[in-house]
Design a binder for this molecule. Structure first.
Ligand SMILES: CC(C)(COP(=O)(O)OP(=O)(O)OC[C@H]1O[C@@H](n2cnc3c(N)ncnc32)[C@H](O)[C@@H]1OP(=O)(O)O)[C@@H](O)C(=O)NCCC(=O)NCCS
Length: 198
């Protein structure tokens, strides 16, 4: 794709201290992994690894080309989102699982989460994926087109709240007939910890 799509520069209006804040979205690199993990700990707390989504991510790499970070003016990682390849049950329905999405608490409400979501969705669409699934707050994710309408036949491989299990079809009908418990289907991670990125 073009450079313009690879690097999305976002400007958002600051509310308190920042008259205007600039950030950039790029592909995540191996060097970003420590900062991304520290950000996730700050934003989501220590229980983040107990989520059922984690069962679909553990030991896997993100889907090719679908791991992104937001950076501030100094290049520091202030947001993260990744998407993972999953399969529904034993059937042939494939999808992406989105998450975790997180923004540095110091940068909340600057539009970074929304920019990451729009960028990730667009990249997934361009790469030809049919649907994105996630477990999250519907009041946040409905603004990006997610709903629970298409997840009725699907299940996460662990405890979760059904009303938070949401989907967005990128191709009409991509989730038609999708049934069963989600399984990971992405590339396996190598043993070295620095291999935990796309
Ligand atoms: C949720 C999160 C990613 C949003 O990122 P962000 O950059 O602050 O969000 P944006 O600036 O794009 O959007 C802000 C808007 O989303 C709303 N919002 C933020 N979190 C929300 C939530 N959990 N439920 C509903 N609305 C939410 C804000 O109230 C604000 O609304 P407004 O536009 O009407 O003022 C960020 O707060 C975060 O990292 N939270 C902790 C990690 C987490 O919970 N991630 C999963 C989300 S389910």
């Amino acid at each position: 794709m073009t450079t313009a799509l690879e690097l999305l520069i976002c400007l958002s209006r600051g509310e308190i201290n920042r008259a205007a804040s600039a950030f950039i979205i790029t592909a995540e690199s191996p060097a970003d992994v420590p900062a991304r993990e520290a950000l996730l700990d700050r934003a989501m707390g220590p229980n983040r690894r107990r989520k059922s989504s984690e069962k679909l991510r553990r030991g896997r790499l993100p889907s090719v080309g679908l791991a992104f970070v937001a950076r501030d003016d100094d290049g520091a990682v202030i947001g993260t989102v990744r998407l993972w390849d999953v399969r529904a049950g034993e059937g042939d329905v494939s999808a992406l699982l989105l998450g975790p999405l997180a923004v540095d608490p110091a940068w909340k409400d600057h539009g970074i989460g929304s920019a990451l979501m729009h960028y990730a969705i667009e990249r997934a669409r361009v790469l030809g994926h049919g649907a994105i699934l996630l477990v999250g707050d519907a009041p946040y994710y409905t603004r990006f087109g997610f709903s629970a309408d298409k997840t009725g036949g699907l299940a996460m491989p662990g405890p979760y709240e059904r009303h938070r299990f949401l989907a967005l079809e990128l191709l009409d009908g991509a989730l038609d007939g999708a049934q069963g418990v989600l399984k990971p289907s992405g590339r396996r991670q190598r043993a070295h910890p620095l291999a935990r990125t796309a």
